[in-house]
Design a protein around this ligand. Structure first.
Ligand code: FES
Ligand SMILES: [Fe+2]
Length: 303
């Protein structure tokens, strides 16, 4: 695929009389460079996680490039405008976004630098281009973009942080390539969370103890071997981590006895459901193998 660098795009536009202004912002965090790469390419979270984007309509999603129409809330002026957005990976950890906004062309270049295995710095460089009198509004457009950036980061960084915490706790994430593909992120029914070899993948727990002590969390404190329990008409055991890409799940994610993941909207049944007398109502073995022998409940992570 033939691709242009930001400088090549800018110099082509300058040949037609466009003038530019540039600025950059950085975010440093305790997560892998791949978590930042994933977050920028993750198509389905845009609709679920970002409050500034009313709708994100994927038009064409490829391996290393994607094209959207976003209905974007514009900061300060409280209106929603359609923005056509083109995104492509120029090279590993170097992603370019291009959008036009009235008489302005906005180019955003995101570069990810791995400081070490679990820390990374993401630099986002904005270039705004326009012609003639519209240059007078450069500082206003810059203010809008900065406000939008801080809102986006307040919603994106917790996703990366969660994955950073899981990595620290011996989890990792399957990906089929050296970097993420836009296409791959749309397969939300995949289970990409994995546990390192040294981690125990099974939990054995007494049913009687659960009924007597009513704990909220069983198993590990967090991660894929941690579970939360709800005590209503039935006693339901739920996963505390989404097996797709690692979102933290809790009773706040329950809607009508279904667990709905806040990142991409995948929904889950309880892993095990008992009635109030301790009789098994159902079990769901999509993520774990589940066996119940008298008092002993065994939950084994499949991946
Ligand atoms: S992390 Fe993707 S659906 Fe939960
Ligand atoms: Fe995002």
């Amino acid at each position: 695929m033939k691709k242009l660098t930001v400088n090549q795009i800018v110099s082509k536009l300058e040949q037609f009389g466009f003038k530019k202004t540039k600025f950059e912002v950085k975010t440093v965090g305790k997560y892998s460079g791949l978590d930042s790469d994933w977050n920028y390419k993750d198509v389905p979270h845009v609709h679920n996680v970002h409050s500034q984007i009313d709708q994100s309509i994927p038009i064409s999603i490829g391996d290393k490039s994607a094209f959207f129409v976003n209905l974007q809330k514009i900061p300060f002026v409280s209106i929603t405008l359609p923005l056509t957005v083109t995104i492509y990976e120029y090279s590993r950890f170097n992603i370019i976004y291009l959008a036009s906004f009235g008489p302005y062309i906005i180019i955003i270049n995101t570069k990810i630098l791995e400081l070490d295995e679990n820390n990374c710095e993401t630099t986002t460089e904005y270039t705004i281009l326009t012609k003639g009198l519209f240059k007078l509004f450069f500082s206003f457009i810059k203010k809008m973009l900065l406000k939008n950036y801080s809102k986006l980061m307040s919603e994106d960084v917790p996703m990366r942080d969660q994955r950073g915490r899981l990595r620290e706790n011996d989890h990792f994430f399957f990906l089929p390539d050296e970097t993420y593909s836009f296409d791959f992120t749309t397969e939300i029914s995949r289970n990409n969370v994995r546990l390192n070899e040294n981690k125990n993948k099974s939990l054995s727990i007494s049913k009687n103890k659960i009924f007597k002590n009513k704990p909220y969390i069983i198993g590990e404190k967090n991660g894929i071997m941690s579970f939360f329990i709800t005590y209503d008409e039935n006693i339901n055991i739920w996963p505390k981590t989404c097996p797709h890409e690692g979102a933290n799940l809790s009773k706040d994610c329950l809607k009508k006895n279904k667990l709905s993941c806040p990142w991409h909207g995948r929904s889950f049944n309880p892993i095990i459901s008992f009635d109030s007398f301790g009789n098994l109502i159902s079990k769901d073995e999509k993520i774990y193998n589940v066996s119940i022998n008298n008092d002993d409940i065994q939950i084994v992570f499949k991946n």
